[in-house]
Design a protein around this ligand. Sequence first.
Ligand SMILES: Cc1cc2nc3c(=O)[nH]c(=O)nc-3n(C[C@H](O)[C@H](O)[C@H](O)COP(=O)(O)O)c2cc1C
Length: 175
Amino acid sequence: MKFTALSGSARSLSTNTAMLRAVAAITQPDHAISVFDKIGDLPVFSPDLEGGPLPEAVRDFVTQVGGCDGLILSSPEYVRAIPGGLKNAIDWLVSRDEIIDKPIVLMHASHRGDDMLAQIRLVLSTVSTRFCEDLFLRFELMNKSQSEIESHLSLPAHSRAIAGFVGEFAAFCRR
Ligand SMILES: Cc1cc2nc3c(=O)[nH]c(=O)nc-3n(C[C@H](O)[C@H](O)[C@H](O)COP(=O)(O)O)c2cc1C
């Protein structure tokens, strides 16, 4: 299975991005997870920009989403909501074919952020017929460094939870 892991944080030291990278490392070679951490490069969405050739950053993003078997998404909460950069990325996909039947699952890197989680669940179940809401994996990683996150997630119980989660998502994608 080939997954794209989409981080909702544009921050260079993002805990969400670090978690997704650690998940990619833990689950290889069974699954190929490519982390997309470039939402900050996407221009602000406007339907006016969809008519002609897409901006390069958008083309790369859309190609990566279109080419994967499923999307794993993890995001911080900003001001009790979905960060603007992530919502912008999703807006770029809305009127396109790549997202409609794409299996999507959520991870979360914080003990907080439940308002954002409620909103993203509504958005993802709107843009895709295959948002897998029943599957969800959360770790408490807020303010941890990249190496602390790697160590935390490589604990046997956590690695097993990650492998099980990604395995279950792969089974969902195959259905
Ligand atoms: C501008 C801004 C607004 C935030 N608003 C909230 C919020 O409303 N609720 C919350 O729980 N955390 C909030 N946070 C904290 C982030 O969600 C939290 O630090 C998250 O773990 C950061 O993820 P990252 O490390 O992937 O960037 C906010 C952070 C920033 C920078």
